[in-house]
Design a binder for this molecule. Structure first.
Ligand code: SF4
Length: 323
């Protein structure tokens, strides 16, 4: 049996606020194989980003990882020292942030910033000329035009799409095993979004990197991912292959998310949205946390534990399937 590259088991990340405890990630488990692209989807506040930050142990105060295991290449990341984690971050697991505008430092050239990421994880002290040569190759590889002339330019001299390409270049500069892309196209227009997804696809096939794509847009996930985990209020409510999720969604929340994908092939007066509001994170509903918004909710849905349907790995946490 081959072991997954990443095995997240029953991960729990809680925030201790004055008004109560927010269970931002509440018992999340999934696996990621080498070369696989996994999409994590859900509305804002569903716990997607906190799951990603937990993997890198970058949960902001007052959040805390309170339970679970994150097994990466056979080691539990939650048991490593901070020094060992610094080696993992950026070198073995890298993160592409949502907003390249605020992720690049405006006072340093892009060449210096990508070069610094390479130098930080290099053995010994490579010559800066050698590093810049590598930076030029990386930036050319992510589609920055006339890169030899532009390597000493500052972030404000690049467009939004180019800045995101530079961030992606930085994230692959040390050939990481896993790239976590947290809503990498949010700040970009639709054409540039498609180009960034094509770039991630290309990098994946070139380097056999595994990708975790965090998105609220199911359409983007369908372009890149093999498998999808759907999150709601801190929990995974459905997991399956991209074909299973799109052709045979089991969970009512997944079905509603799919109906929200904008269509270009039909005329619609207004975009679909999911009725109701996500729950109060301090006092989530009992049982299935989706029950106040679910058209199929029944009494059993308000009690724990909720039935887990699992058909050959296509899993949904929902009382509709209890026989
Ligand atoms: Fe709806 Fe009940 Fe299924 Fe939750 S468990 S999604 S409330 S049918």
């Amino acid at each position: 049996m081959t072991h997954p590259l990443l095995d997240v088991r029953n991960l729990k990340t809680y925030f201790y606020l004055r008004r109560g405890v927010v269970k931002a990630v509440d018992g999340v488990s999934f696996r990621l194989n080498r070369g696989e692209a996994l999409g994590i989807v859900g509305e804002s506040g569903s716990g997607k980003t906190m799951t990603a930050l937990s993997i890198l142990r970058l949960v902001p105060y007052p959040g805390k990882i309170v339970g679970g295991e994150i097994i990466f290449k056979g080691r539990d990341l939650l048991k490593l020292t901070e020094k060992e984690m610094r080696h993992i971050r950026g070198k073995e697991i890298s993160l592409i942030f949502q907003d390249p505008q605020n992720s690049l430092n405006p006072v340093f050239t892009v060449g210096w910033q990508v070069g610094e990421a390479i130098e930080l994880h290099s053995e010994g002290k490579p010559l800066w000329d050698r590093i810049i040569e590598k930076v030029i190759n990386i930036l050319r590889g992510v589609g920055i035009p006339r890169v030899e002339d532009r390597v000493n330019d500052y972030p404000h001299e690049f467009s939004g799409g180019q800045k995101q390409r530079i961030m992606i270049g930085m994230s692959i500069s040390n050939n990481p095993d896993i790239i976590i892309a947290d809503e990498p196209t949010t700040a970009l227009d639709v054409t540039i979004q498609a180009q960034i997804i094509d770039l991630l696809k290309d990098l994946r096939s070139r380097y056999n990197s595994s990708i975790i794509l965090i998105a609220h847009n199911m359409g983007l996930v369908s372009e890149l991912c093999d498998n999808v985990a759907v999150m709601y209020a801190g929990r995974i409510v459905e997991y399956g292959s991209i074909e299973e999720i799109f052709n045979d969604p089991l969970h009512p929340y997944t079905r509603m998310l799919l109906r929200c994908i904008p269509r270009t092939d039909i005329d619609v007066d207004k975009l679909e949205s999911i009725p109701g509001e996500p729950p109060d994170p301090v006092n989530p509903p009992s049982g299935c946390r989706f029950h106040p918004r679910c058209p199929y909710a029944k009494e059993e849905c308000k009690r724990d534990p909720i039935y887990i349907e699992n058909i050959d790995g296509h899993m949904a946490v929902c009382e509709l399937y209890r026989r």
